[in-house]
Design a protein around this ligand. Sequence first.
Ligand code: SF4
Ligand code: SF4
Length: 331
Amino acid sequence: MSKQPTKQEAFEQQLADRLNAASLDKNNPSHIVPAKLSLDSKLRFRCHPGVSCFTACCGHINIILTPYDILRIRRYLGNLDADEFLLRFTTPTYLEKTDMPGVKLHLDEEGRCPFVTPEGCTIYPARPTTCRYYPVGMSYFHEGANEGAESEEFYFLVKEPHCKGHEEDKEWTIREWRIDQGIDESDEMNKEWMELVMRRKSFGLQASLSEQAKKMFFMASTNLDKFREFVFESSFLDIYEVDEETLAQIKEDDIALMKFSFKYLASSIFNTGELKMKDEKVKEAAERVKRQQQEKVKEAEKTYEELKALRDQMRAAQQERRKRAPDAGQG
Ligand code: SF4
Ligand code: SF4
């Protein structure tokens, strides 16, 4: 019988899982400090251009981009076209040990971030959520695998030997650190999308996700320009109920469109019902199925009638031959 992990072992395993999914060196998990931190826990750290390791952490990393990260960077780069941004700065990947496709920052030949220079990060005000978190990590502790099981948010500290920021004398609580780095805002923007990824992760790969659903998830998560075209230039609005106010918002406002895309993905992939199909469309679909059924029944009836008529003709012809046969014998 396999031994149940203790709470501490489960906690450490989740830290290791988190480490694999985050931007850290997975060959050396020892730099995670094995202590569960809360918002009020203290952190001694400061990163600034004067540290000897400045920008050392901007290479050989795995930075997954959330939809809000992509939007924020594109805006910072002068509303860069989504296709161009994806082609120039990203590489496709899978998210958080799932089969859900997304993108990560594309590193140059030396393994460096495309936005790093000796002077620092060229997109600092718009840097991705992962960069804001470092050296703090966040994860969830699940009490059990069952649905509805309690899940508790916790933090942990990453202390990599090359990072001299830990030797500085600035002290914060995790709460203060989050505010200073703009993490609260990023997390709020990404929340519903992260929930989709986590939900998929908790389902496990045994629950299959169609290729079509994966493509839709990728498109909506990475390319808002294409998602907008999909909403306004396909039969989308004939099928889904979207009120006038929402329509006006998502036409003009990228954040509103992004939030709307999360609702669409939740409804279409996990059937959450957040986006309703038009009643008449549901009725139309039911009518169409009924009509198709009736047509098939009619076709079957017609075929049967034709076969019956053929069979009757053959029988009549056979009887006729039998009638004539005795006459032929008397000739
Ligand atoms: S986006 Fe900026 S902070 Fe993040 S890895 Fe690149 S250069 Fe460093
Ligand atoms: S102090 Fe740490 S976070 Fe700041 S540049 Fe150095 S390695 Fe990166």
